[in-house]
Design a protein. Structure first.
Length: 288
């Protein structure tokens, strides 16, 4: 069976969200013991150190920065998003924070229309609307916490970060994209980290390193996935991470989502399910 570009993109994106969920677990285990600015700098520095050997193995022509303005914007979106993510995960349950993070695909829909000129069909718009209802149910205004603003900020930076992938040169290797994103984020992050620097325990270094590694995995998967297909066709696969964080929240932090949170997550996940098409469409695909 030959997979379509959309199917490949969705599969890659699901793997990326598993990696992202593991990064969130590492951040939550820090429990607010590290300042956001210090965390941002160390994570980006470790990311660069991890990716540099792979970048050096690329042919000279493929090491080029490509579209430096887009790479610079994406680098600082990573910084802003990771700082707000640390705040959100410190004060919110894992599943609740991630439900808000996954507002990103909702924001990617209008962003892809404005920035990329993409035109999603009615089904994608309806699926996105259902997902938004699920997020509202998870959030529940009567239980609103100020850290939710940080989670929504993370979603906004993530949405723009992913949409801008389509503005990068298609021939630029993923390794090169990740390398330049990390390099361009270091000057600003180092200045802020210097102001808030404090000694770290060995386990804190390990958790930040794990976060860096898993975040690299997510970012690499995003670049690969969104180069496979239009943003609006695969963006809903971002919601797969909610399944992972619900499981990890229970295993690591004994967080059991209540009925409303479970209902909201279900509404977020259902639209991305690969529902079978009608028989005529199925037969046509088989004979093609």
């Amino acid at each position: 069976m030959r997979w379509s570009a959309v199917s490949i993109g969705i599969a890659i994106l699901i793997c990326g969200n598993l990696s992202s969920s593991l990064s969130d677990v590492a951040v939550k285990l820090l429990n607010g013991s590290v300042s956001a600015f210090q965390y941002m700098f160390i994570r980006q520095l470790l990311s660069v150190l991890l990716i540099t050997p792979l970048w050096l193995r690329l042919p000279t022509a493929q090491r080029d920065i490509g579209h430096w303005k887009i790479n610079a914007i994406r680098a600082h979106l990573v910084l802003a998003g990771s700082g707000m993510l640390l705040i959100a995960l410190t004060y919110l349950p894992l599943a609740t924070a991630n439900a808000l993070f996954y507002a990103a695909p909702l924001l990617m829909l209008p962003l892809s229309m404005v920035i990329l000129g993409e035109r999603p069909n009615k089904q994608k718009v309806l699926a996105t609307a259902i997902g938004f209802i699920g997020i509202v149910i998870v959030l529940r205004p009567d239980q609103f916490h100020w850290a939710a603003f940080a989670a929504l900020g993370t979603a906004s930076t993530l949405a723009l970060y992913n949409v801008l992938v389509r503005k990068l040169p298609p021939q630029q290797p993923i390794i090169s994209t990740l390398f330049w994103t990390g390099i361009l984020s270091l000057p600003v992050s180092s200045l802020f980290a210097y102001q808030y620097w404090q000694p770290l325990a060995p386990h804190e270094w390990l958790l930040i390193a794990a976060s860096a590694l898993f975040t690299l995995g997510y970012q690499g998967c995003c670049v690969a996935a969104y180069r496979q297909s239009e943003t609006y066709k695969i963006g809903l696969a971002e919601y797969s991470g909610l399944i992972f964080v619900a499981i990890f929240g229970y295993l690591w932090f004994n967080e059991i989502p209540d009925l409303f949170t479970g209902l909201g997550i279900l509404l977020i996940i259902i639209p991305m399910a690969p529902w079978p098409k009608n028989r005529r469409t199925k037969d046509r695909l088989i004979h093609d």
